[in-house]
Design a protein around this ligand. Sequence first.
Ligand code: THU
Length: 134
Amino acid sequence: MEWEELRSAAAVAAGQAYAPYSGYPVGAAAVTDAGRLVTGCNVENASLGLTLCAECGLVSALALGGGGRLSRFACVDKEGQPITPCGRCRQLLLEHGGLQLELLTAAGVVTLADLLPQAWGPNDWSGPKSAGQA
Ligand code: THU
């Protein structure tokens, strides 16, 4: 899937955002290694701290649709301009895409390794796991 398609899918998702508190709708879109498109939008909450970023919805959609590994990702604001994921969402993306995940940013395409140096991930703890390899 081309970057422009991903970006426009993210812009469509941003149109579904529930962001009455910040007034900052966000949409995210990604393609999996199997070629499946998954999207998400931010969903805010009156308690503010319970706000769900667009990436939260996206990884939920990923699991709900059968899982897989994210290979390309784009996140946009209401103007359709690329934004970089917040810190917590970088960690969510690491879990489901790994350090080689490609992301569209205002500065061009980068990898998650660029955005999350010295990442701590699923391979860095010894608990019971069946997680993907990051
Ligand atoms: N937001 C996202 O959805 N993803 C990000 O990576 C950055 C921030 C949302 C959360 C909140 O609803 C709004 O943007 C303003 O912070």
